[in-house]
Design a protein around this ligand. Structure first.
Ligand SMILES: [Zn+2]
Length: 398
């Protein structure tokens, strides 16, 4: 039987969204028998006091033995995952709770799959080392429960089956792709994003928009993912600037948090494309954050893509607020989208050129050679790219 056209829609086991959703964490932990959690977070979240109400909520639910790991770098590294797992084993934890941005969540996801050999586990479980898990579907069954609460809006990592880590040995970002990384529960609570600083709101918000747009354009977009992509585009275009300018605006924060989740559902299944492929080398070599490196490449890659699927750019333009009176057509849709992207990036103060980040012009060749290796992403892109094409886009973005 030919099953090649069957599509599997993957997401976290449960999704909780909306204001005060974080106060249902204890209930969810109870369901998964987590009594000794390891909370994976970062210093920024810890110092801003974002997790204090969560800790109070856990203690009032008689969860007293709480371990916290907050030594997370801006871009998650393999060494960080190993250090975090050491704390998990040392404190005999029985569940991983990520409360943070994409770095904390990606770290937590990787920590949760490093199973500890124990009598309580099935006999075929074995100690696995991180290096063996890079690639697709190499992860043995996860036995540690995993709950993710994003504090940014966001990477969508709370609903995807990928963990991207920086290997400091070769300065390369590598991905673990496995359905074992899908969290048991994703709790997307806008109250956790209120203290997110404007620069992070901007970068992670544009990243979420990139997820929505790239998943819509992806060769693997489906009837399930396409409406999700458009809905996320609509919500982010409407609320990003407000969330950036008015950090305490809970409605805008809720729109952004939910939209980031919806974009995550779309790209977690349809994939992302050339924006991400060209952004990753910037993170690896220049340590630009994931969101900023995507934002800087966004409009330039869209200009390249627009020629291959102008009809899809009309849909995106309308989701971004273009008039529906027929004035937007195959020849004007992409210009509207590109201008809107530039306008949004300007409103949230993200530069649009590589030179503004002190990237050396002579490095563009190396960056292109690195980007072309991201075949996992490039194969989703609506228009094919050679290494020369990539170099030309970096030149334009310079
Ligand atoms: Zn991204």
């Amino acid at each position: 039987m030919d099953t090649s056209k069957v599509q599997v829609f993957k997401t976290a086991g449960r999704l909780l969204t909306g204001e005060n959703a974080s106060y249902l964490l204890a209930e969810q932990m109870q369901h998964f028998n987590i009594t000794r959690p390891l909370i994976v977070t970062d210093k920024g979240v810890l110092n801003a006091g974002i997790i204090d109400p969560v800790l109070e909520h856990l203690r009032s639910n008689e969860i007293e033995r709480i371990s916290i790991f907050s030594d997370i770098t801006a871009e998650p590294e393999t060494k960080t995952v190993e250090d975090c797992r050491t704390v998990f084993d040392r404190d005999d934890c029985n569940g991983v709770i990520a409360i943070g941005g994409g770095s904390a969540i990606d770290t937590a996801k990787a920590v949760s799959i490093l199973n500890k050999p124990s009598a309580a586990l099935s006999s075929n479980s074995q100690k696995v080392s991180l290096g063996d898990l890079f690639g697709e579907n190499l992860v043995p069954k996860r036995t540690t429960p995993l709950i993710c609460l994003p504090t940014t809006a966001g990477t969508g990592s709370e609903v995807t089956n990928i963990s991207i880590l920086l290997d400091i040995n070769d300065e390369l970002k590598k991905g673990i792709v496995s359905n074992e990384l899908l969290p048991d529960v994703a709790i997307v609570a806008p109250e956790l994003t209120l203290s997110c600083p404007p620069s992070v709101t901007a970068a992670s918000g544009v990243d979420a928009l990139v997820h929505a747009v790239e998943s819509y354009l992806s060769k693997f977009a489906s009837d399930i993912t396409r409406p999700l992509s458009l809905q996320a585009i609509r919500m982010i275009t409407e609320s990003l600037t407000t969330a950036y300018q008015e950090p305490n605006n809970i409605e805008a924060r809720e729109q952004m948090a939910t939209a980031s989740l919806i974009a995550g559902l779309a790209f977690g299944n349809a994939g992302v494309g050339a924006v991400h492929a060209l952004a990753y080398p910037l993170g690896g070599k220049y340590h630009l954050s994931h969101g900023v490196s995507n934002a800087v490449m966004f409009s330039h890659v869209m200009r390249w893509n627009s020629e291959s699927c102008p009809d899809k750019f009309v849909d995106i333009a309308i989701a971004m607020g273009a008039p529906t009176d027929g004035s937007i057509n195959n020849s004007s849709g992409s210009a509207f989208v590109i201008n809107k992207i530039k306008q949004l990036c300007e409103e949230v103060a993200i530069p649009q050129h590589l030179r503004e980040f002190d990237i050396k012009h002579e490095d563009l060749k190396d960056l292109s050679e690195s980007a072309i290796k991201a075949t996992r992403l490039l194969r989703n892109n609506p228009r094919e790219l050679s290494v020369e094409d990539i170099k030309a886009i970096y030149e334009e973005a310079y």
